[in-house]
Design a protein around this ligand. Structure first.
Ligand SMILES: [Zn+2]
Length: 253
């Protein structure tokens, strides 16, 4: 059930029935020499679509650019400031609320977006609009631990497996080696417990973390299925909540 594919007449009916909207938010940023720049928004959109296929939730158009300035030295990376993303998604949520739908889930595909989306959700609650941030790799971290053999977050085995399942034609296995050889073992760079890596290029020359070499379609499918299932389960919970349970509490007596 995707809003972009409906006419307004269809949307009137869909909005009347919808209990929860899914709002995919991603990024357009480097994902090593082997994955497409759109990896994060493609993933967020796919998980939202799969969850919608299970529960009939309304899927809003995907936000393709997020908070990615830390990847800026890699060609093609785009970004907006965090406050721009925050205000943008709040604007969309208010528009949705004007049509009567006040429950939504930001389906987040990119770690750099999380703080801005959480801030948006906190502020929207004061306006009696109930938004929640679904960070897919956190929601299914146990499944990921079972399925993914190596380590590496950004552009590594996990994201490569997911992209093999979503759009294999956009994955370039002939560049896995280059990605791995110039990657970092983990995200960031610390000295005496202090973070000293501000840009990805401070710790990874390929833009990749870990080794994409062990990624398979099957691994990607398992993770995507789990992420969609859990998102659908969260939406069922959210749909069942009365407004009093979601609204900010009044002052203490
Ligand atoms: Zn990513």
């Amino acid at each position: 059930m995707e809003l972009s594919r409906m006419s307004w007449a269809q949307a009137r009916e869909a909005l009347g029935k919808a209990q929860v909207a899914l709002f995919p938010v991603g990024s357009t940023e480097q994902h090593g020499p082997h994955l497409p720049l759109g990896t994060d928004w493609l993933t967020a959109q796919e998980i939202a679509r799969r969850a919608s296929a299970r529960g009939g939730w309304l899927v809003l158009p995907t936000v393709p650019v997020g908070v990615s300035e830390h990847h800026r030295q890699f060609w093609g990376t785009l970004w907006v400031p965090p406050e721009v993303l925050r205000d943008y998604v709040m604007g969309v949520a208010r528009a949705l609320a004007s049509h009567g739908l006040r429950k939504l889930v930001f389906v987040n595909g990119h770690g750099g977006n999380t703080a801005a989306l959480e801030e948006a959700a906190r502020r929207l609650r004061q306006e009696r609009i109930y938004a929640f941030v679904y960070v897919w790799w956190r929601a299914v971290s146990e499944v990921i631990a079972q399925v993914i053999e190596g380590s590496g977050s950004h552009a590594g085995e996990l994201e490569t497996a997911v992209m093999l399942a979503i759009a294999p034609e956009l994955v370039r296995p002939e560049r896995y080696r280059e990605a791995a050889e110039r990657s970092a073992p983990e995200w960031g760079k610390r000295v005496e417990g202090v973070e000293v890596g501000f840009d990805t290029l401070d710790f990874s020359q390929s833009g990749c973390i870990g080794d994409p070499g062990r990624a398979t379609v099957e691994k990607g499918e398992r993770v995507l299925a789990a992420a969609a299932e859990r998102l659908d389960a969260f939406c069922r919970w959210l749909a069942a909540q009365p407004e009093e349970a979601l609204a900010p509490k009044p002052h203490l007596p």
